[in-house]
Design a binder for this molecule. Sequence first.
Ligand code: TMP
Length: 216
Amino acid sequence: MKPGLLITLEGTEGVGKSTNLQFIRDTLSEQKIPFICTREPGGTPLAETLRELLLAPRDEPFDPLAELLIMFAARAQHIAHVIRPALERGLWVICDRFTDATFAYQGGGRGVPMNIIAQLEALVQRELRPDAVILLDISPQLGLERAGQRAAPDRFERERCEFFERVRSVYLERADADPARYYRVDASRPLVDVQQELKDILARIRARHEGEEAIG
Ligand code: TMP
């Protein structure tokens, strides 16, 4: 069987990821494309426990390397138990964040050297990379305004605007460097326009996948 597709959704705070993820699920269901939807950090019971560790605000400063290693520990578990099995069954895997978030948040945000992240990516994922990355892009200023004041912000949501500027610039650099795989969507526009573009992107990804199937 032809393996499925790994499609990841990325962006900074307040970009509308949850609403647009629901739209993607509805679109794939309408089109009868078999898929699963999952998220990182998380996606298995053990990885969700690691997520709680990562997101809980705490007094003890979190060492950036410790944070990075726990992200990849959760990812290893998620890939082994959810992502690879689903891809092998031919499903599309829609993942709310993946390793681009690590380059952006731990690399850009926290300043961990990118080559360390790349080494862990190679170790944990081997050849596995997203087939397509949908980057919902918004200025952090506008994103934070839109997100508003969360009742109980997690450890990342407590960061300042400058942190999210650095996160965003890594996302944009990565998108610019690989335009065949990254779809950058201007999420500052009205939701109907964003969702029309998402629909077009999904159609392009599908056409490409079916084209590869015909050749392959
Ligand atoms: P979420 O709020 O989109 O569910 O994601 C949880 C937080 O985890 C978000 O603030 C970004 C952060 N994160 C990283 O810092 N590195 C990663 O590799 C991933 C997957 C998420």
